[in-house]
Design a protein. Structure first.
Length: 328
């Protein structure tokens, strides 16, 4: 099936426009309400508005609602039930993220609660394909286990992983742009309109959000944004039946997970210690992937650190495209 590029472009542009419009308002409102967090990688740890991910969610969901309106009045063909399932998953995860931003959930609860957000995808997938395509090995039908194990775990793992590798200006949104640009290309080359819609909605919102989040950040993504990036990625690859491509895209996040797991998931001192414009591991101890890069680089500026992670994500995206992309 050939994807309508004009339709996908409309989703991308509307998402970008919505997020661009709402972000200045949200930043003012959050700052006035003291909904802020400290930018620990800056001198003096200045206060910065939190929960900017709400603008990402508004852009993505708003653009998909516009897409539904276009289908209703102009007849653009796509599977409405799959888009509604993805939207519901994103909205549920955004509620979880908002609660965590406001009240700080326990890690043990936050680790499993995203499974609830997977329920709409479970319901839709029960009537769809239960096969997974693995490079060089072929396709395997996981049947019951795909629906009730792979999908819930996929949403939970992806959202938690993208929530862990965070905390540096532009990192979450920058890596997210690469992720959804990749899934958009994969969707177009594989003829998946629904996967392309989700990817375009997220890519547009993240591109509009990045200028507000780039160094020096005016707003943080917050848990609402970080969790949403992972849940939207899981939704896109599940609906597009490219789950293993999604697994390739989270390789940097998985590496960060293992380093943090070895350090018992530190809640503090995971950031950088600023010296002469460069970030170094606090107490010269590596507690996460970012600190490993700091140590290997003998100190690195925050901007270069973030660019290094975006580049690493770009390599993962290239690998996913080489393995799963098809000639359009």
């Amino acid at each position: 099936m050939v994807v309508d590029l004009g339709f996908i472009a409309a989703i991308f542009l509307s998402s970008c426009a919505i997020t661009s419009v709402v972000m200045p308002l949200l930043i003012r409102k959050f700052t006035a309400a003291s909904m802020t967090g400290r930018d620990v990688n800056k001198k003096g740890a200045p206060e910065v508005a939190e929960m900017g991910g709400l603008g990402i969610v508004m852009g993505a969901i708003g653009s998909l609602l516009i897409a539904i309106a276009l289908q209703t009045f102009l007849g653009y063909p796509f599977k409405l039930i799959e888009i509604l399932a993805a939207m519901l998953t994103i909205m549920i995860i955004s509620v979880i993220g908002t609660y965590d931003d406001l009240f700080s959930m326990r890690q043990s609860i936050k680790a499993v609660l995203p499974m609830a957000a997977a329920l709409p995808l479970v319901a839709v997938s029960a009537a769809g394909s239960t096969e997974l395509s693995i490079p060089f090995l072929g396709s395997f039908d996981f049947g019951f286990y795909y629906i009730f194990l792979v999908i819930p775990l996929g949403v939970t793992v992806a959202s938690n992983l993208t929530n862990m590798l965070a905390g540096f200006n532009g990192m979450e949104s920058g890596m997210g742009i690469v992720i959804f640009a990749c899934t958009l290309l994969l969707a177009l080359s594989n003829g998946s309109t629904e996967m392309a819609m989700i990817s375009a909605a997220m890519a547009g919102a993240l591109i509009a959000f990045l200028p507000f989040n780039w160094y020096p950040a005016k707003v943080f993504t917050g848990d609402i944004g970080n969790l949403t990036i992972g849940a939207a990625l899981a939704s896109a690859v599940i609906i597009g039946n490219l789950e293993t491509a999604g697994a390739i895209l989270v390789i940097p996040y998985v590496l960060d997970f293992f380093i943090k797991a070895a350090n018992r998931f530190p809640s503090a001192k995971w950031w950088g210690e600023l010296k002469n414009g460069r970030l170094y591991p606090v107490e010269n101890r590596v507690r996460g992937l970012a600190q490993l890069v700091m140590k290997l680089g003998g100190g690195i500026s925050e901007q270069k650190l973030v660019l290094a992670f975006i580049a690493a994500e770009g390599l993962c995206a290239l690998l996913a495209i080489l393995l799963y992309g098809r000639l359009i």
